[in-house]
Design a protein around this ligand. Structure first.
Ligand SMILES: Nc1ncnc2c1ncn2[C@@H]1O[C@H](COP(=O)(O)OP(=O)(O)OP(=O)(O)O)[C@@H](O)[C@H]1O
Ligand SMILES: O=C(O)c1ccc[n+]([C@@H]2O[C@H](COP(=O)([O-])O)[C@@H](O)[C@H]2O)c1
Length: 201
């Protein structure tokens, strides 16, 4: 499942869990975007923060893993590259790609869309406020419990001092607070996360 995950929330996790159960998947790989080119007009948090929040959110599920392929690849993030990179590390696997209804509606604008269908089986899931449809017979559409949660709303809430408890996993609430993400004028927004250097004297 690819996403900007800024931050990851329970809508993402429920969608992944439902698809995993329906298709009897061995693993769900969460792939945070590096540079989500269709979100160029908006500010996106540093990839390391989004990656670490995704790790925190998925840590308790033994079937959930997180991949760095998109954040470690320079340049804009294209799903064609994501799927090729995942294929290289899992040559025998049958790949599925999970998308919400809003992403599914945009898919024809994605890079090399005609090639995408042969690289993975696409599964579109319902999302409140968005119509789920496809013209393709090889795409699966699935109804999942309605989670009226978006990362945009989570960021707005934190920025306005409102709670995000129970919209995102507890560890993600704590990660956001610890690093001061999404607060107005937060120093981390838009700047790279540097590894901490400890000095001894
Ligand atoms: N509440 C939800 N229910 C089902 N699918 C979702 C939900 N939220 C996000 N998704 C899907 O998860 C994937 C990654 O979404 P993304 O990380 O962009 O989150 P978002 O909430 O849409 O973020 P933003 O509000 O910043 O655009 C997309 O395919 C999206 O459609
Ligand atoms: O391949 C593309 O051109 C493309 C364009 C927009 C979005 N995507 C992918 O769709 C997924 C959801 O993206 P987003 O921006 O809604 O978080 C994520 O894996 C993106 O890399 C892919």
């Amino acid at each position: 499942m690819g996403g900007t995950f800024d931050p990851i929330h329970h809508g993402h996790l429920v969608a992944a869990s439902e698809v995993a159960a329906a298709f009897d998947l061995d693993e769900v790989v969460f792939v945070p975007t590096g540079q989500p080119w269709q979100k160029n007009a908006q500010e996106v948090s540093p990839a390391e923060h989004r990656y670490l929040m995704t790790v925190v959110a998925t840590a308790s599920n033994p079937r959930f893993t997180v991949s760095r392929v998109d954040i470690d690849r320079p340049g804009p993030t294209y799903t064609i590259d994501t799927l090729r990179d995942l294929r290289a590390t899992r040559p025998e696997a049958e790949l599925f790609f999970i998308t919400g209804a809003d992403a599914m509606a945009q898919i024809l604008s994605w890079k090399n869309v005609d090639e995408l269908w042969s690289l993975a089986h696409f599964v579109g899931v319902t999302r409140p406020g968005h119509e789920l449809s496809t013209q393709r017979k090889d795409v699966s559409l699935m109804e999942v419990p309605a989670m009226s949660i978006s990362s945009t709303d989570c960021r707005r809430r934190v920025s306005g001092g409102e709670p995000v408890w129970y919209l995102v996993p507890d560890g993600v609430v704590q990660y956001i607070a610890k690093h001061g993400l999404y607060r107005k004028g937060a120093p981390e927004t838009g700047t790279p996360v540097q590894p901490e250097v400890s000095t001894t004297t």
